[in-house]
Design a protein around this ligand. Structure first.
Ligand code: UDX
Length: 490
């Protein structure tokens, strides 16, 4: 099938590349010409295990193309994925300017029936809003309408537009005597975790398809058929990297309306963030009461109603999705006059976890000013170079404000993120952070850190203090090596 993916960020790139691998004809579009040039020469803009293998393979087989020419891509393909960013605005609501721009481009270039797939995480009701913008731009191209796009982002749709949609049953026709172009909008949220995004695409827990058009949902099921039936072949190069989690039974498909699909995405991320904040709150109680959160999490996780995943206590959640989506859901709720007391607490517990680490540093070192602190890991979680809202960054910045000298090492993050205090010394080798350190903080649980020779490295330190922000290291071993070890909730 002929697919255009607009936006080559995490979601767009992984989605496009994986769809090309299962045999579809994919054109990935981005307005960043440098990025497109790099992709065409096989250089990946993000660190994601296996991505480079699939890009090169499918560029060679011509299943995959990269371009900056959005008009031609929209015209030539039948299914258009919107995968552009929806970054948080200062008030926490989602910034929809990029989605809006793409919807206008679709309206301007539509030349046959298209399915427009919203994969960007957008506020509830945005599927309808995208329909309106596309329709308005089809019309304005034909000089049938004024350029009033009849929408108010993050707010209710204007009445005229609502009626217009209703009358057209969400399959909008260009009001021209000459040609009639129809399109349907589908919400198909992504549930990709950075670092395992390719496995998550090929072996998903479910596929969610929301639309008022049964025809569009059926076409989307056809697109995903090899994944739904798990009938595709994983190439040998990828098998070495991916966990072989191929399912024997078909992947469940949730067929629903647009709004419910949009809500599934927000509710899933908010629930997972809630689970983590819950276990972090329990960890804080464990710490005072003398219980071990690792045992407690194991004990509750064995209850099949609770499950073991997302119960690792630590310095909290970050990244590009949880912080943005939980905040956006509270904003959406506020528009309906609903106060999200639980979600507000989830956010507060998460930001406290970062500050608690700084308090632990103060308890350990007493005076922070002038002390040398080594940080293991900068990315918000392992197997990614993403540092967006990474707990490590907040912790480092706060410690620098208190006068600490920070040396940091990350296996893949090699450029100082903008949000990081530039006084941070980036070390090329992990042992450098131990040199003369008064304290080491593990902020990201990279596998590499589990295998460090702490006996040798401890000899480089001034004081053997260690805070394990992810309860990842071997506590007993570190204690036996003479470390003053502090974890989270144990
Ligand atoms: C998340 C969702 O999992 C994915 O479905 C969605 O579409 C995008 O957002 P991602 O942000 O890549 O994926 O990371 P994830 O593995 O979910 O972890 C999110 C954060 O929670 C990380 O900061 C991680 O360190 C933290 N976390 C996770 C914990 O602190 N404890 C846990 O038990 C699990």
């Amino acid at each position: 099938m002929k697919v255009c993916v607009i936006g080559t960020g995490y979601v767009g790139l992984v989605t496009g590349v994986c769809l090309s691998e299962i045999g579809h004809n994919i054109i990935c579009v981005d307005n960043d010409s440098e990025k497109i040039k790099k992709l065409l020469s096989g250089v990946m803009p993000i660190y994601e295990p296996g991505l480079d293998i699939l890009v090169l393979k499918n560029l060679n087989s011509k299943n995959l193309q990269f371009t900056t020419d959005i008009s031609s891509a929209i015209k030539s393909q039948d299914i258009i994925f919107i995968c552009v960013g929806t970054p948080p605005r200062p008030d926490g609501s989602a910034d929809l300017q990029y989605v809006e721009e793409v919807a206008k481009q679709i309206g301007n270039n539509i030349n046959s029936y298209k399915i427009v797939v919203n994969k960007s995480t957008v506020p509830i009701g945005s599927g309808d809003w995208v329909s309106i913008i596309i329709n308005d731009n089809i019309n304005s191209n034909n000089n049938l309408n004024s350029n009033d796009s009849n929408y108010d982002p993050n707010n209710n749709l204007k009445n005229d537009s609502k009626n217009n949609l209703k009358n057209n049953n969400n399959s909008l026709n260009k009001k021209s005597d000459i040609v009639s172009f129809k399109f349907d909008v589908v919400s198909n949220p992504e549930f990709l975790r950075e670092g395992t995004a390719i496995a998550d695409t090929f072996f998903p827990d479910r596929i969610v398809l929301g639309s008022s058009s049964k025809e569009a949902i059926n076409i989307m099921k056809k697109l995903y058929e090899p994944i739904i039936n798990q009938s595709f072949k994983v190439c040998d190069e990828l098998l070495k990297i991916l966990p072989n989690t191929k399912n024997t039974s078909p992947i469940p498909v949730v067929e629903t309306d647009l709004v419910s699909a949009e809500m599934i995405k927000y509710a899933a991320n908010s629930f997972l963030a809630t689970k983590i904040s819950f276990i972090n709150e329990i960890a804080n109680i464990c710490e005072k009461a003398g219980a071990d959160i690792k045992k407690v999490a194991y004990g509750i996780g064995l209850d099949s109603r609770i499950g073991p995943k997302f119960l690792n206590a630590g310095i909290g959640w970050g990244g590009s999705c949880f912080p943005k989506d939980v905040s956006a859901l509270t904003k959406i709720a506020a528009e309906y006059g609903i106060s999200t007391q639980l979600l507000n607490a989830v956010i507060n517990v998460n930001s406290q976890q970062r500050h608690k680490v700084v308090q632990k540093v103060q308890e350990m070192l007493k005076i922070v000013k002038g002390k040398s602190i080594g940080i293991l890991g900068i990315s918000f979680k392992p197997n990614t170079d993403d540092t967006r809202d990474a707990p490590a960054i907040t912790i480092i910045n706060n410690l620098i404000n208190l006068g600490a000298k920070i040396k940091a090492y990350d296996p893949v993050v090699k450029k100082i993120p903008e949000s990081l205090n530039p006084k941070t010394i980036f070390c090329p080798k992990v042992e450098d952070v131990f040199d003369g350190a008064d304290l080491i903080i593990l902020a990201t649980e990279w596998e590499e850190f589990a295998n460090l020779d702490f006996c040798r490295l401890s000899k480089k330190m001034r004081e053997k203090n260690l805070i394990d922000g992810r309860n990842f290291l071997d506590k007993e071993k570190l204690l036996s090596l003479g470390f003053n070890y502090i974890g989270i909730g144990r």
